[in-house]
Design a protein around this ligand. Structure first.
Ligand code: GAR
Length: 210
C-alpha cells in the first residue's frame, strides 16, 4: 500500500462492507446505489449523511429504511474552527455507525487533511469529468468552456488534494454541440450510476490493490 492508503477489508454477501454515503443535493447517485444494493452485495449502505438538513437525497435513504441525517455546519462556532468542528461531528456519526468505507456522492465540501488522513483508502469520490481535467465545483461548465468534445466521470480514492488521488475507474461521455451544462450533467450521471457500483464491488471484494 502506498502513501498511507489503507483499503477496506474484503466483504461478502453475508458480511458486507458497511458504507456511509455523503451527499449535498438530490442524491440521484445515492438512489442508483441503493437500487443496486437491493440485491445482496459485498457492500451495504448503513448511513446517509448530508451537510444540509434539507438535502433532497436524504429521502432516498429514509425510503430505504437507512439512518439518514443532516449534519449542517455549526454556525455558532468561530469561522476558523467551523470546518474541522463540522468534520468531527461527521466523523462521530461515521464511527457510531461502524462505517468501514465513506462514499462521497455529490458531497460538495472540500475535506481537511485531518479528515482525509483518518479515512485514507476508505474514502472514495466520484467527479463529473475525466480527471485530471476539470477539477473543482464546475466541471461541466469548464468542459464546455474549454470546447472539450469528450468528458465523463472519474472514481478515485481521496487524498489531501482537491479532486486528486489514485484513479480507480473512468468512463467517457461524448460532448454534443447542442449540450448545455444541464444536458451534459444528466448524461454524465447516467454513466456515473453504472461506474460507482462497479468500483464498489471491486474495492469491497478485495480486487483493488494500490
Ligand atoms: C454528480 O454528478 C457528482 O459527480 C457530482 O455531483 C453530482 C451529484 O448528483 N459531484 C461533484 O461535482 C463533486 N465535486 P446527485 O446529487 O444527483 O447524485
Amino acid at each position: 500500500m502506498s502513501d498511507g492508503f489503507v483499503l477496506p477489508r474484503a466483504g461478502t454477501e453475508e458480511d458486507p462492507v458497511r458504507l456511509a454515503v455523503l451527499i449535498s443535493g438530490g442524491g440521484s447517485g445515492l438512489a442508483a446505489l441503493l437500487r443496486y444494493q437491493q440485491t445482496p452485495r459485498c457492500h451495504r449502505t448503513v448511513l446517509v449523511l448530508a451537510d444540509k438538513t434539507d438535502a433532497g437525497g436524504l429521502q432516498h435513504g429514509r425510503g430505504a429504511g437507512i439512518k439518514s441525517i443532516g449534519v449542517p455546519l455549526p454556525m455558532h462556532v468561530e469561522k476558523a474552527e467551523r470546518r474541522v468542528t463540522h468534520e468531527q461531528l461527521v466523523d462521530a456519526e461515521l464511527e457510531a455507525a461502524d462505517v468501514e468505507l465513506v462514499v462521497l456522492s455529490g458531497y460538495m465540501r472540500i475535506l481537511s487533511p485531518w479528515f482525509v488522513r483518518r479515512w485514507k483508502g476508505r474514502l472514495l469520490n466520484i467527479h463529473p469529468s475525466l480527471l485530471p481535467d476539470f477539477p473543482g465545483a464546475h466541471a461541466h461548465r469548464d468542459a464546455l468552456a474549454a470546447g472539450a468534445t469528450v468528458t465523463g466521470c472519474t472514481v478515485h480514492l481521496v487524498d489531501e488534494g482537491v479532486d486528486s488521488g489514485p484513479i480507480l475507474a473512468q468512463m467517457e461521455v461524448e460532448v454534443r454541440p447542442e449540450d448545455d451544462e444541464g444536458a451534459l450533467q444528466e448524461r454524465v450521471k447516467v454513466v456515473e450510476h453504472v461506474v460507482y457500483p462497479d468500483v464498489l464491488d471491486r474495492i469491497c471484494s478485495g480486487l483493488i490493490s494500490l
